[in-house]
Design a binder for this molecule. Structure first.
Ligand code: COA
Length: 122
């Protein structure tokens, strides 16, 4: 946890923030997948709701692909929550579903069963 996140968490949850956040971070850790070798990771992709379906998401992924090629990496990877309809966009753009990791405690805390790992060969 970075000092900035620790300070923000303390403001949000008070002095017992570690007790509150600890189980959440542990559950989050359990649903992270191992990325394949040679994979450029996209950690977040969000388009302003008023500008969706304008091709911006596809353009952002294209930029990630270009970056992967420049870095001699053969893949672009990302994780998306199970149930997120964005998965269909990623599939339409050529990403393959590589694995799905679920965790009951994560589902209880977040409402989503876990994460899909999706990878695009470039
Ligand atoms: C996923 C997201 C980034 C796509 O960005 P975008 O700029 O709208 O995508 P584009 O305009 O480039 O591409 C749109 C195409 O992708 C597909 N697509 C996009 N969102 C989709 C969805 N929710 N379900 C099915 N297909 C989808 C469709 O083929 C769509 O074509 P259409 O508009 O003609 O139907 C955007 O919907 C978003 O920010 N979602 C919320 C944040 C999120 O969940 N991000 C993913 C976290 S990993």
């Amino acid at each position: 946890m970075t000092p900035e996140i620790a300070a923000l968490s303390q403001r949000l949850y008070g002095d017992d923030f570690e007790a509150v956040l600890g189980p959440r971070l542990a559950a989050l850790g359990r649903v992270q997948s191992e990325y394949p070798d040679g994979c450029l990771r996209v950690s977040e992709i969000h388009v302003d709701p008023t500008r969706r379906s304008d091709g911006i998401g596809r353009m952002l992924i294209r930029a990630a692909v270009e970056q992967a090629v420049q870095q001699n990496l053969g893949r672009v990877g990302l994780q998306t929550l199970v149930g997120n309809p964005a998965r269909h966009a990623f599939e339409a753009w050529g990403f393959d579903l590589v694995s799905t990791t679920t965790d009951e405690e994560f589902q209880r805390l977040s409402g989503a069963a876990g994460y899909h790992l999706m990878v695009l060969d470039v």
